[in-house]
Ligand binder design. Structure first.
Ligand code: PGA
Length: 246
């Protein structure tokens, strides 16, 4: 079975409910063979779910690993599951660099997401300095091992790994298809060494994905989709990314 293409629209801290509804008015629906998930800011999740019904899939940009308690400002994986928000991004580089998320925190969040039946999109990526020092493979191997070694995975479709080189996020500088493919193949090899169903797990690329570069990225054998930031804020751009053509 070929891996189903996965596209995530990571809206980060953008859009109001009003502008989001205008967005969805202009966004064509999901097509067969593709999984398209929108990750709006927290306050938009439940009203959007209410208004959109089953026509679009939704996920959260983050979650906390404890279920309930005195954790001001946090939203738990359990709460997302209770509200039937099925997807969650974990370990985005902005969470790692701006909010101090360590590999250990990311591991706990991953376990909490899976324990609650959510589908986590686990982000990994190296900085420019790490790449310049030729440490990128080791860095990604470590991030993967910390987050995923010995996890209990109910099925291959449950987990999505996003390779997002930090130097390519929001910079207009995309990894070349060759650089991305090389790292995606490395990620798949690592998943295999953790005894995960590596051939069936989706590995998606993120970092300045645009309508103009999606086809060359998707032509790579180990690239199964994209996590899109800036270009997912506009329905026309995002639609031409998810419905890319050769
Ligand atoms: P970008 O962001 O597409 O704006 O580079 C990607 C991401 O951070 O997920």
């Amino acid at each position: 079975m070929p891996r189903k293409e996965f596209f995530g629209g990571n809206w980060k801290m953008h859009h109001t409910l009003k502008s989001a509804l205008i967005f969805f008015r202009d966004m064509p629906p999901e097509k067969k063979g593709k999984e398209i998930v929108f990750f709006p800011p927290f306050p938009l999740l439940l009203p959007l779910k209410d208004k959109l019904g089953d026509s679009f899939r939704l996920g959260a940009q983050n979650c906390f690993y404890e279920e309930q308690g005195a954790f001001t400002g946090e939203v738990s994986a359990w709460m997302l599951a209770e509200e039937k928000i099925p997807y969650v991004i974990i370990g985005h580089s902005e969470r790692r660099s701006l909010f101090g998320e360590t590999d250990e925190i990311i591991r706990k969040k991953t376990e909490a997401a899976l324990r609650n039946g959510l589908k986590p999109v686990i982000c990994v990526g190296e900085t420019l300095e790490q790449r310049d020092k030729n440490r990128h493979f080791k860095i990604i191997e470590n991030q993967l091992a910390q987050a995923l070694r010995d996890i209990d995975l109910p099925s291959a479709e449950t987990l999505i790994v996003a390779y997002e080189p930090v130097w390519a996020i929001g910079t207009s500088r995309t990894a070349s298809p060759a650089q991305a493919q090389e790292m995606h193949a490395w990620i798949r090899k690592n998943l295999q060494s953790f005894r995960l169903p590596s051939q069936d797990i989706r590995i998606i690329y993120g970092g300045s994905v645009k309508p103009s570069n999606i086809a060359e990225l998707m032509a790579c054998p180990d690239i199964d989709g994209a996590l899109v930031g800036g270009a997912s804020l506009n329905p026309k751009d995002f639609a031409s990314i998810v419905h890319w053509e050769k």
